[in-house]
Structures are given as C-alpha cells and as structure tokens.
Design a binder for this molecule. Structure first.
Ligand code: NAP
Length: 260
C-alpha cells in the first residue's frame, strides 16, 4: 500500500545526492514532488527521470537564501501540487577550516543556506499545512547538529541552529496536525563528501583512499552511508503513522554519537 498518495511534497536541494534520493523515495510512496535548487539542469534532470518512470515531478529553480525566490517556489509548487503537505529542507552547503581562518562571508553563506534557508522555506509553506491540519516538515540537519569536531565550526553552528529551530517549530505546530523533525546523518556518499575528500587531500598528507578510510571510521560501522538510507528516515517521518513523532532529531550514524 502506498502511504503518500495525494500528498504534495517540496524538496529543496533536490537536484542530486540526498535530495534526489528523498524525491525518489517520496514518489515511490505515491507523492507528487517539486524539486528546488539553483542548478536548473540538475533539478530538471531528476524531475524528468521521475516523470519518465510515471511519477508526478516538477523542477523549480530557487535559491533558498532569497525570500522572494522562496515565495515564488511556494506559489509555483502550490500550482503544480494543488497543496504542499510535505516540506523537506535539504538544501545545504559545507565550508570547512579552522576558526581563525574562516572568512566572515563564508560563515554567513553557510548560515544563510543551511539555517536561514530552512527558516524561510518553513515560514513560506508550513502555515498552510497547519490551516489544513496535516503536514510534515523534515529538516536535513547532520550529526554535526548534535556534536562537533575540529574545522567544522560554521557547518556545526548552522546545523545546531537547524535543530533548535526544528524543536521550536515543532512546539508551535503540535496542536495543528503538523510535525517538524530533523534527520542527522553522518558522512553520506554524495558530492558534498567528495568535496570534503578533496579538502583532506589538499590540506593534509593523506591520499584520497586514506581520507576516505578516515571518514568511514567516524562511524563504528566503518562506512559511509547511502543517500537512500537518509531518504528512508525522511519517509518514515512523512508516513501518516508517524504523527506522534515531533521535534526530534533522528540520527543515522551507525552508532557513532554514543560510542566512546
Ligand atoms: P550535495 O550533493 O552537495 O547537494 C546539496 C543540494 O543543495 C544540491 O542540490 C544543491 O544544489 C542544493 N543547494 C545548495 N545551496 C543551495 C541554495 N542556496 N538554494 C537552493 N539549493 C541549494 O549534498 P548532500 O550531501 O546531498 O547534502 C544534502 C543535505 O544533507 C545538506 O543539508 C547537507 O548539509 C546534509 N548532510 C550531508 C551529509 C554528507 O555527508 N553528505 C551528512 C549530513 C548531512 P545547487 O548547488 O544547484 O543549488
């Protein structure tokens, strides 16, 4: 039985990686989807692939840091979907480096996409869910939203903020049939992690394979996670049966967070 037939979903950062896997997961449960990101060709390619497989999917260009583009996304998504029942705030960037050398403009960029983008999209799309009495907001945070290590201060700050926002928004939505949760993956096999590996290769003595091993060892399962594993968690939270799960940050890390 498909659980999300008749539901309309917006996925930011839907052009590749985790967002594209989430979109695929949602349509396979019967939802219709709108994919948003800045690189039009990527969101269009994912939407076309899903449409070719018989699903309902549209691409909308949007920079989530711009309130006007977010308002346009909400309006166009409403036109395509009829209503927005599910919002997956997945758009994100990572910029790494020691605190002493992080440029203010890079700090602000990370906060603008990861934190402010999440707020702007929720502000634009969540109130109508509350009015209709059903909705799901899933924010793709990170294990760096709950713990942190060296060289990721901007990213960790932005994701900790996403989790704080998730908890507060969940409290506001609790009486209105809308849940707001976060998912917190460890390292996932995507372009973002490839960029992290580029960085490790450029700035340390480690070769690519050694860098990869180092990232794998962050989890006691000693592996990177697949985008589909994150998508599965998002799907669980969107399932109508998950209506009691609200304000949580679900961790996908193979057990890293609580392993000494
Ligand atoms: P990715 O492959 O780099 O994809 C990021 C997506 O976000 C792209 O579609 C990108 O498209 C979009 N995006 C970036 N800036 C945007 C903006 N200003 N407006 C709209 N869209 C924007 O990375 P990913 O690994 O799939 O990451 C997805 C989410 O998971 C992020 O929030 C990330 O922080 C989180 N996460 C990733 C990992 C990991 O190890 N990969 C672990 C934990 C959490 P455009 O550049 O075309 O806009």
């Amino acid at each position: 039985m498909l659980r999300l037939v008749g539901k309309g979903a917006v996925i930011t950062g839907g052009g590749r990686g985790i967002g594209a896997a989430v979109a695929r997961g949602l349509v396979e449960e019967g939802a219709s989807v709108v994919l948003a990101a800045r690189t039009v060709a990527q969101v269009e390619a994912v939407a076309e692939e899903l449409t070719a497989d018989g699903h309902r999917a549209w691409a909308v260009p949007c920079d989530v840091t711009d309130p006007e583009q977010v308002a346009n996304l909400a309006a166009v998504a409403n036109d395509h979907l009829g209503k927005i029942d599910i919002l997956v705030n997945n758009a994100g960037i990572a910029i790494a480096g020691p605190v002493k050398s992080i440029r203010l403009k890079d700090w602000e960029k990370v906060m603008a996409v990861n934190t402010t983008g999440t707020f702007l999209c929720a502000r634009a799309m969540m109130p109508a869910m509350a009015e209709r009495g059903w909705g799901r907001v899933v924010n793709v945070a990170s294990i760096a939203g709950l713990a942190a290590g060296q060289y990721i201060s901007a990213y960790a700050a932005s994701k900790h903020a996403v989790i704080g926002f998730t908890r507060a928004a969940a409290a506001e939505m609790a009486a209105h049939g809308v849940t707001v949760n976060a998912v917190c993956p460890g390292y996932v096999e995507t372009a973002m992690t490839e960029k992290t590996l580029d960085n490790i290769e450029a700035k340390t003595q480690l070769g690519r394979d050694q860098g990869r091993k180092m990232l794998e060892k962050v989890s006691p399962q000693e592996r990177l996670f697949a985008p589909e594993e994150v998508a599965y968690l998002v799907l669980c939270l969107c399932d109508p049966r998950a209506r009691g799960v609200n304000g949580h940050a679900l961790v996908l890390d193979g057990g890293a967070l609580h392993t000494a």
